[in-house]
Design a protein around this ligand. Structure first.
Ligand SMILES: *Cc1c(COP(=O)(O)O)cnc(C)c1O
Length: 370
């Protein structure tokens, strides 16, 4: 039996009875959009993150876009303003910026943590810079102490793309509680995954929270009165009810991911496979376990031959995507090298010990191509 990269069926099967009861509750209620379940989930998720407000939206990309739109509406951002963003992030971080009429300024990562390098961020700050979008890549917080200091010194907005880092923390402060606002995704494969699309904006900024709450719902606070040109991007009652079940188990799931990561880090010892560096083991939530290998394709084929599925996050950096011809001339050597070398091993809360052992054994028998 092959070891899948992530077994969503197993993950949700553990809570099938509770999930079905939650779904039945919504079906029977007759109320499907912006009701009690969304309100309750927003309260519970805000408490979990340690922030005042959470606003349920349609997906993670919309969460980020709504933060930027919200700050534009509040006068803190203007068309053409620059937003510093990690060069090696998922495309959504870039799309949120460009979709909002802002300009992404990609910055290379720290080669050890893969997260945005504050020294390079400082060097990229110019007269048009108005915001930093930090991405907590793979489940580990970016260096938020350094980024907070930079943002304060230069009066920049600090926004977190927390789509991979539900529950991750640094200095006891969780992802989402560091910046002016943060966007989360509940895409099924995320650490807190719905059974469909979903997302949330979290913030301590009451003005932003009110604006995003209106913008996600046609720019309306009172039915049929439209204060702003909003969009339709709402977390629905069904997903909210399912997420309320899954939120209860998030910390347990994170502990299981940490256990898998610990075993990989103890068990894989190979001159060609570079293990991920960890700033604070107890705070990393291991959305992905990403190794680096100069012979990535050969390693992936070798693992596949041993029944181990792996994935690449991501094969092409945003500045090299067809969607962004204007960015093609950028030269970001570290990011380009990372995209050639990264490989994500299976990790998740239902991965069995014997499967972890098989992944380790498969890695250990990898032989360099001549
Ligand atoms: C998944 C992800 C998103 C987007 O979330 P969706 O819900 O799929 O829109 C944004 N940023 C990062 C870093 C992600 O991993």
């Amino acid at each position: 039996m092959d070891i899948p990269f992530l077994n969503l069926k197993d993950i949700n099967a553990r809570h099938a009875d509770e999930l079905k009861a939650a779904a039945a509750r919504v079906i029977d209620s007759g109320w499907y959009i912006l009701g009690q379940e969304v309100a309750a989930f927003e309260r519970e998720f805000a408490d979990y993150c340690g922030v005042r407000h959470a606003i349920g939206v349609g997906n993670g990309l919309d969460a980020l876009s709504l933060i930027l739109r919200g700050y534009k509406a509040l006068g803190a951002l203007h068309d053409g303003d620059e937003v510093i963003v990690p060069a090696n992030t998922f495309i959504a971080s870039f799309l949120a910026i460009t979709e909002s009429g802002l300009v992404p300024v990609p910055v290379e990562p720290d080669p050890v943590s893969f997260n945005i390098d504050p020294i390079r961020v400082a060097a990229a700050i110019g007269p048009r810079t108005r915001a930093i979008m930090a991405v907590h890549l793979y489940g580990q917080l970016a260096d938020m102490a350094a980024l907070t200091e930079l943002a304060e010194r230069h009066q920049l907005l600090l926004i977190e793309d927390a789509a991979q880092s539900h529950g991750a923390a640094s200095h006891e402060r969780k992802a989402g509680a560091w910046g002016h606002a943060a966007g989360f995704s509940f895409f099924p494969a995320k650490n807190l995954g719905a059974l469909g699309d979903g997302g949330a904006v979290v913030t301590n900024d009451s003005l932003l929270a009110a604006r995003v709450t209106a913008l996600r719902n046609y720019g309306s606070e009172v039915k049929y009165q439209h204060l702003y040109q909003g969009i339709n991007s709402r977390l629905d009652e069904l997903q909210a009810a399912l997420l309320r079940v899954k939120l209860k188990y998030l910390d347990e799931d994170i502990a299981k991911r940490r256990h898998v990561a610990r075993r990989y880090r103890e068990g894989i010892s190979h001159p060609l496979i570079h293990l991920p560096a960890v700033a604070d083991e107890a705070r990393h939530v291991w959305h992905l376990f990403v190794v680096r290998c100069a012979q990535r394709e050969a390693l992936q084929r070798h693992l596949q031959a041993h029944g181990v599925h792996s994935q690449v996050h991501y094969p092409t950096p945003p500045h090299r995507q067809a969607a962004y011809p204007a960015l093609h001339e950028l030269h970001l050597p570290l990011t380009e090298q990372l995209h050639d070398e990264v490989l994500s091993l299976p990790i998740g809360p239902t991965l069995r010990d014997e499967d972890v052992q098989r992944v380790i054994a498969a890695c250990q028998t990898f032989e360099a191509a001549a």
